[in-house]
Every structure is written in C-alpha cells, then in structure tokens.
Design a protein around this ligand. Structure first.
Ligand SMILES: [Ca+2]
Length: 366
C-alpha cells in the first residue's frame, strides 16, 4: 500500500513538472508580438576599473518594458543574429556570437525567448523571424545561452564577380598530378576509388579565380591564433582558416550535383587600392587581408576548382561560391559574400562557360 502511495506521489510530481515545463515553454512561445521587445547585454563578470559600457555579454530581452529580463535559446545563433543585436544597441558589429555560459547560465537568467532567426540586415531583434519548430534543447538543463561580443570596426569581405567569369576554364588533369590536391581532399570522393585501379585516369576540373576584397573598416584576421595554424607540407604553407570559401554546383532546382571541397586558405594581401600598402603575406604569423586590399586566389592554384568529372554533360547548372560560409569571421555585412553564376557544362573546355554571375547573400535557402 505504502509503495502504491509512493508511486502515485511520484507520478503526480512528474505530471506537475511536465505541466510546468509545458506552461513555461508555452509562455515563451506566446511572445509573437515583438514590437515592445527591449534588448540589453548582461554579465556575471565583475568589471575591472569600475563600470564600463558592456560590449560583451549574454543577450537579454524584456517584453514588459524592462520589469523582467530573460535570455535567448537558439539553435541558429550566429554572427547574423549578433550583428542585429550590436546594431540595435549602437555598438557596431559582432566579432563573436556563441552559445555558452561564460557570462552566466540560464538558471540565473531563465529563457525569455526561443528560436531567433535573423538575416543579419534587420535594425532590431524584433524584426527577425523565428525558427518554425520549437527547439527541444531549450529546457532547464540546456545552458547554451546566446552570447555576443560587439566591436565598433569590422572587416567586410566582398566577392569579385568578374574574376570568376573571366578566369573560368575546364581542364582534364591526370590523377598522378593531383597528389597534393588529393591529400587535401580537393577532388570528389570517387576519385580515391578510381585511383586504385586507374592511377593515370583524368579528373575534369572546373577552375576559376576568386577575389576576396576587404571593403570593411578593420583588417580581416584569421579567427584562430597563429599557434593553432596548420602547416601543410604538400603545399608548403600554413592554413589559418579551414573553411574560408566553398564552391558548389547545383542543378536548376538547387539540388547539389558537385561539391567543392571546403577550401583552406593562406590569407594575404595580393592587390591593394592605390595608397594602401600590402602588409600581410602568406607567412607563419602574418596572415590577413588589410582594409582596401584583396586576396585573389587565381585559377592556376591547386584546389582552386570544382571536380565536375561525374556531373552530367550538356546541361545548365548554378555555380555558387561563398566566402566565410560558416560565419567564422565577424563582418559588417554577409550580403556581399556569395556569388551565383550560370554554368553551361558540356564536358568540353571550348564550350563550357560560367556567366551571368550575381552577388548573393551568404544567407542561403534552397
Ligand atoms: Ca561581407
């Protein structure tokens, strides 16, 4: 009897907890009207040297004119959302946007909002949309609180369109000449199988140049500390970023038919505007792109291609090139990071062409 009563109590408590959880979640989801939403940064860190304007902290929102504040739970928190927060607070641009507890967890700062989804151009967080599905991770155990760091000056990468069109060419290269490229996974996966039986078989590579200009107000600096940069023996230089650009080919219904590797790069100033002196080289401690300079990866470089060997010929495709596709670097804007071009692919060099390149936002939905 006693055990039955105990079981009943446990079940009732469980129902109560589930009910409260549902009520809390439901309350979070009721904030469909954001017009009165206030935003601020908060931290549990003690400021050194007195009170300073907070430029880094967890992001808090209020729906009751500042009477109560809460944190944001998100599965898609990125530099895009960070830029909107910094813009709304008049603090510039995001240099970091993470999910962490470094400024406090959601026990002391409970969730007030879930599933924020910004394009990055909005002037207020209230103008952003929401994730359509309630993220299941937004419970009391999850402590990944949305955090942002704002800076007043930031880099801004802009992709060159003419460079892609002008330089495009198809080339058949025997695998015996692609040792380095294969080591760095610059060919599609089937090549490794084919090489076992046909070491001299050729790959069809669609080569093109990519120009990344820094049109921002701060230099591009690789996100990793130079001590973490990776030496690539094959190409004999350090890679400061693992994913600086992606090249992908889609059919006209945006189904991916060929994937360029996630290219690693050795960032440097290759060409600068008049009056601007190049200062970054592809060195072991000095990588970056100065304000007013560009880093051009010419089509003759190893890995500067998409392996299109298996792509069906005599069709039209879309080539998409994206700089900083994973938002690793903070930028003023991500609207100028992508290029979408038409690709007429015949399998023959003289008739294959890339044309009609248009700038597109990094924000990309198929
Ligand atoms: Ca940009």
């Amino acid at each position: 009897m006693e055990s039955q009563r105990l079981l009943t109590i446990v079940l009732l408590e469980l129902l109560l907890v589930l009910g409260q959880s549902w009520a809390n979640n439901n309350r979070l989801n009721l904030h469909n009207n954001y017009r009165n939403m206030l935003v601020r940064l908060n931290t549990n860190k003690v400021a050194l040297g007195g009170v300073q304007e907070l430029r880094e902290g967890l992001v808090e929102v209020s729906f009751d004119y500042g009477a109560t504040w809460g944190t944001i739970c998100s599965t898609s928190w990125s530099m895009r959302e960070g830029n909107v927060v910094c813009r709304q607070l008049g603090l510039g641009y995001a240099s970091k946007a993470t999910l962490s507890t470094e400024h406090g967890d959601n026990k002391k700062h409970p969730w007030a909002m879930v599933g924020t989804l910004c394009r990055g151009t909005e002037s207020r967080l209230a103008d952003c949309s929401r994730e359509t599905i309630y993220p299941s991770l937004c419970n009391v155990q999850n402590r990944n609180v949305s955090v942002v760091t704002c800076v007043s000056h930031s880099a801004d990468l802009e992709i060159g369109l003419a460079d892609i069109e002008k330089s495009a060419r198809l080339e058949a290269v025997p695998m015996s000449r692609l040792t380095c490229a294969m080591e760095e996974h610059c060919v599609s996966a089937d090549a490794y199988e084919i090489r076992r039986t046909q070491p001299n078989a050729a790959r069809l590579l669609l080569r093109f140049s990519v120009k990344a200009s820094n049109v921002g107000t701060a230099d591009v600096s690789p996100y990793a500390n130079y001590k973490d940069w990776v030496w690539h023996q094959c190409h004999r230089h350090y890679h400061s970023m693992n994913v600086f650009a992606t090249f992908d080919v889609y059919d006209l219904k945006y189904r991916k038919v060929a994937q360029g590797h996630k290219a690693s790069f050795c960032l440097m100033d290759t060409d600068c505007q008049p009056g601007v002196r190049a200062k970054y080289t592809c060195g072991n401690t000095t990588q970056g792109i100065s304000v007013g300079c560009a880093d051009t990866y010419t089509h003759v470089l190893d890995c500067q291609w998409v392996d299109v060997t298996r792509v069906p010929v005599n069709r039209r495709y879309i080539l998409r090139v994206a700089l900083n596709p994973e938002y690793r670097l903070g930028e003023i804007s991500f609207e100028n990071n992508g290029a979408e071009c038409l690709l007429d692919y015949t399998g023959v060099s003289s008739t294959t062409r890339i044309y009609n390149c248009k700038r597109s936002p990094l924000w990309f939905r198929k």
